[in-house]
Design a protein around this ligand. Sequence first.
Ligand code: GLU
Length: 481
Amino acid sequence: MLASHQPLYDDLKPPVVRFAPSPTGYLHIGGARTALFNFLYARHHGGTFLLRIEDTDRARSTEAAIRAILDSLDWLGLTPDRPVLFQSSRAERHAAVAQELLAAGGAYRCYATPEELEAMREQARAEGRAPHYDRRWRDRTDWPEGKPYAVRLKAPLEGEVTVHDQVQGPVTVANAELDDFILLRSDGTPTYMLSVVVDDHDMGVTHVIRGDDHLSNTHRQLALIRALGWPEPVYAHVPMIHGPDGAKLSKRHGAVGVEAYRDAMGILPEALENYLLRLGWGHGNTELVSRAEAIALFDLAGVGRSPARFDQAKLLSVNAHYMKQADDRRLLHLVLPRIAARIGREPTEAEADLLLRSMAELKARAQDLNALADSAHYLFVPRPILMDASAAKLLDAAGRSRLARVRAEAETLGVWHREALESLAKAVAEAEGVGLGKVAGPIRAALTGTTVSPSVFGILEVLGREESLGRIDDALARGQD
Ligand code: GLU
């Protein structure tokens, strides 16, 4: 082993995997899926999940992006097993490895100037070749004194390198196609390629699971790993997520950051997790896979080779499933800020309590938290409530007369209970010779101002006698103007 061995941890259970995002924006859902696959792989095999923030590109990495990534991972419950490692904190170690390799002859000094490099590229372009460095300093030792130099890998010139990818299968590249890439720039800063290899090694990473946009880097990274005499990790390159049109998922397909799913779209983390898992990984036809099941079942063999297409409708249907399963109090806590934003004030405790009591019914119909907030809106509106056009239509003369009858009878009810209210409405419908819907419709219109809501009897009960009768009176009065 050429370069000094400096493990960062000495007690990691294998396999050791890592998620290594670059903090240049939000956490892309493709990245979230990569993180999830790494996490599940570690959990399934009893290993370790690490997180490394690749913030070496100081110009493009921002604090806000780091925060967004950490928040999103936290929200998804993809917590690393060790504190986050910031790649930028390790520049000295990266440089030291390059220097060791240089001293051992596995790398060399390159004094080519930017102008010379540009001329090389120009020439390669003109000749239709890949714009590779021509290795002009590979075997020279007539180093100019006091001049800065870059350190380049002395990559093998012959033979080939094969990545035995766990998802893509074997992928071979001729060494002649790889160049003597730079490890240390002439200002002494390490390149991305060097940093990744050193960090993965020092972190004890045994399996690299990442997007297949990195597959072309892997052959270079392997060349460096071999030059250093380090153990080679197992690789698994996961296909990208595509949009419904088949093109790589990008901003023009709409939301691509995890935060947008949480904030703007009101998706639950377990639903996004389940959806992302199934996007690219399968076990039979099972769509709904809890985390516990995913940990039990996940393996790289189930990861597909072709890109998966993002399907918003499917995500919403998965979310609807998890909405139904979610604890009422948790949903209350999640939906209250959305309601506050809609009504322009904080809901009162009494209102929150009303909402909690309606939750079982509301959550069964809401696909996401926004729909839940919308469907709960009627609980928070001041009297007289606004009425939409179709609700107003239900309050025609016939509707009002049935409503008036319900009101008169309801006032005499001993207990304000949904079953009692329902029997009362049924009796009115029977007496009027109409279906129950003809009675329930006007009640719903009066209570919610809309024509869609959970069971009106549940709403009557939750709103309580006074508020319900008040809203009915408003509706009846409204009909008269
Ligand atoms: N930082 C790279 C990215 O965000 C990932 C590098 C890797 O996983 O090796 O695309």
